[in-house]
Design a protein. Structure first.
Lengths: 230, 415
């Protein structure tokens, strides 16, 4: 895959409809561009379709109709294994629930983030070490998730997302399970990572979190109802 | 260090990239993932592997026990010697019995490479009774054979009590009992005071034989000397069976010449066989496992397989979050299904190996108690883990497919 030129569109939705079985429309003809390197918050109440949008951008689900482009790839035409490759190399996810494996050390949890790239374990661990340093957890490498605080867990999860050096970071309510202090520091870390070049899209229902982003997309009932750009 | 700085310094290694980024999970990584999955739930893994272990252990024990008994039987046969050949009259084209000429025994005795020859001549119409007052139809199925002093040596048997004929006693009305015949007649010791009523004449019991493993049909008979038989019962000097001990290295050459030597006029009418061969074949057939026990093992295996399938289904449901995460990290559906298949197969292979050990130990205990050699067939060493692998793979098919079908987003939403 060739590197995207600067300021190219990292994520693009064009008239995207997502309909779940039973006829529920989670997205109704949504169109949005997110440029490479942008930081965007998607805000909306629960049920507004913001998570659905993120999973479509993250290629975890396919749109019912419409055009989707991620990291220069036409997602509609791509095969499932192409999409998996895209997720393995280009997209880093951060979830509200951390999704760390309790049986593994922080280092191996982070190294696991690169498992499906086919990189050998030694290389994965080396990258994981750097990523943990980056999120300020160099002293926690051998700890297991249950020995970490909520904020630390989310930092490990962020390290896992960035260890493979993705071009796109997608975060789904990353501060939702954290107290306000750790939430703030996690948010700050994400902003720093975005400043270093990654495209960051973050979902939140918390206006305070959204306010820290230069661009805020408002969603309601499966439609974009506001797009505040700097 | 910032990510950008890392990128510039090349210190933050980006996975190697080819023209297309393809998600991969090499086999050794898959194995690691499966192992990790099992290690996370050790007790559960151990319990479900136990089901397979019991099934495979039962089967290995059945196979091992029968192999041990068989090995024991074969070693017994070996100790009795494989150089015994039997010569008997065949049947004619029309189904009637051939008759061996009375020169057969001396002719064979004169052959090269022959160590011992003993002829057995059936004495027709002679029955054996404890007293003359036993009704004549109650023969007990005991036959009377005339033979020479070489029989016991040729059969590599021995006398349990008393002694066998010698050159003197074969001329006298003396009788030696086969092991089974002695048991039927309820005679346990040959003291020289017991007499039997054989074909209307009193015979003194001078010996009781041990079983003749190489031809157990002889055990049902009683033996009298050939000269006595000729004198009292007008036995034709035509042997019904000739036992020949050949030199160990010349068994086949002797065997090839026996028919023509026994009856030069009609070699086709002579049957030559090697009892040790027949017994070995019979031992091999006997060594086939008891199908009932094997069936029980199979049932245990089936239950074990269902247990594994059940545990794997539960595992898939519990690990939705992990499955969703793996999909987000770049796993294809196939990676997910192979992970669960590999876990299931690994679980059952571990069960298979444990079963092999259980079975081998059970066989060992059995062989010690029976004083038999300890034999676990070599194929079991491969078959046990292989059976585990197959069972685990089959049991894992449904859970693996279920895991692969899970929607990753749904899985990720569960916190």
């Amino acid at each position: 895959m060739s590197a995207e030129p600067a300021n190219a569109v990292a994520l693009e939705l064009r008239d995207v409809v997502k309909e779940y079985t039973g006829g529920v429309q989670a997205l109704r003809r949504v169109s949005v561009d997110i440029a490479t390197g942008d930081s965007v918050a998607v805000v909306g109440p629960s049920g507004s379709g913001k998570t659905t949008m993120l999973t479509i951008l993250g290629t975890l689900e396919r749109a019912t109709s419409g055009y989707v482009q991620v990291a220069g790839r036409d997602i509609v035409k791509a095969s499932d294994s192409d999409l998996a490759g895209l997720r393995a190399f280009e997209i880093g996810f951060v979830f509200q629930g951390f999704h760390l494996q309790d049986s593994m050390t922080a280092l191996d949890n982070v190294a696991n983030g690169m498992l499906y790239t086919g990189a050998p374990l030694r290389e994965r661990r080396a990258s994981a070490k750097l990523a943990l340093d980056r999120v300020g957890l160099e002293h926690r490498t051998t700890h297991r998730p249950q020995q970490l605080s909520g904020g630390e867990k989310q930092r490990v999860a962020i390290a896992r997302a960035i260890a493979k050096n993705p071009t796109i970071i997608l975060a789904d309510e990353p501060t939702g399970n954290l107290d306000s202090k750790s939430g703030e520091s996690v948010l700050e870390l994400l902003h720093q990572l975005a400043a270093e070049g990654a495209t960051l899209t973050l979902i939140t229902h918390d206006e305070h979190v959204a306010e820290t982003f230069p661009r805020r997309i408002q969603m309601r009932d499966g439609e974009i109802v506001g797009d505040a750009r700097p | 260090m910032s990510v950008a700085a890392l990128k510039r310094s090349g210190g933050f290694p980006r996975p190697r990239r080819s023209g297309r980024d393809v998600a991969r999970l090499p086999p050794h990584e898959l194995f690691g993932v499966a192992l990790q999955g099992l290690r996370t739930r050790k007790l559960r893994a151990a319990l479900s592997a136990l089901g397979i272990a019991i099934g495979i252990g039962a089967m290995v024990a059945v196979v091992g026990v029968s192999a041990s008994s068989q090995a024991n039987l074969l070693s017994t046969i070996d100790s009795l010697g494989t150089n015994l050949l039997t010569v008997s009259p065949g049947t004619t084209f029309f189904g009637s019995n051939e008759v061996l000429p009375n020169t057969a025994v001396p002719m064979i005795r004169a052959m090269k490479n022959v160590q011992l020859v003993s002829g057995v001549y059936s004495v027709p119409n002679a029955n054996v009774f404890r007293t003359p007052f036993v009704p004549s139809e109650e023969t007990g199925g005991i036959g009377v054979d005339a033979t020479d002093p070489e029989l016991v040596k040729a059969m590599n048997s021995s006398v349990a009590s008393g002694h066998f004929f010698n050159a003197a006693s074969e001329n006298e009305p003396t009788v030696v009992l086969g092991a089974a015949a002695a048991a039927d007649l309820q005679i346990t010791r040959a003291t020289g005071h017991v007499q039997l009523f054989v074909g209307g004449t009193w015979f003194t019991v001078i010996g009781i034989l041990n079983s003749m493993t190489l031809d157990t049909t002889l055990d049902d008979n009683v033996f009298i000397g050939l000269p006595v038989a000729e004198r009292l019962f007008q036995v034709q000097n035509s042997p019904s069976e000739i036992y020949v001990r050949a030199n160990v290295n010349d068994v086949s050459s002797v065997s090839n010449l026996l028919a023509a030597t026994a009856d030069p006029q009609n070699a086709d009418g002579v049957d030559v066989s090697q009892p040790s061969d027949v017994l070995e074949a019979r031992a091999a057939a006997k060594g086939q496992f008891t199908s009932l026990l094997l069936g029980l093992g199979a049932v245990a295996l089936l239950v074990g397989a269902i247990g594994i399938a059940n545990i794997m289904v539960i595992s898939v449901l519990e690990r939705r979050g992990e499955i969703g995460l793996r999909r987000a990290l770049g796993a294809t559906r196939r990676h997910i299904s192979s992970q669960f298949l590999a876990e299931s197969a690994l679980l059952a292979v571990i069960g298979g190996v444990a079963g092999l050990v259980f079975g081998a130990i059970a066989t060992w205990v059995y062989s010690i108690s029976k004083n038999e050699p300890w034999v676990v067939p070599v194929y079991a060493l491969i078959a046990a883990p292989a059976a585990g692998f197959v069972i685990g793979t089959v049991a894992g098919l449904y859970p693996a497919a279920k895991a692969a079908r899970l929607s990753p987003t749904e899985a990720l939403r569960s916190t």
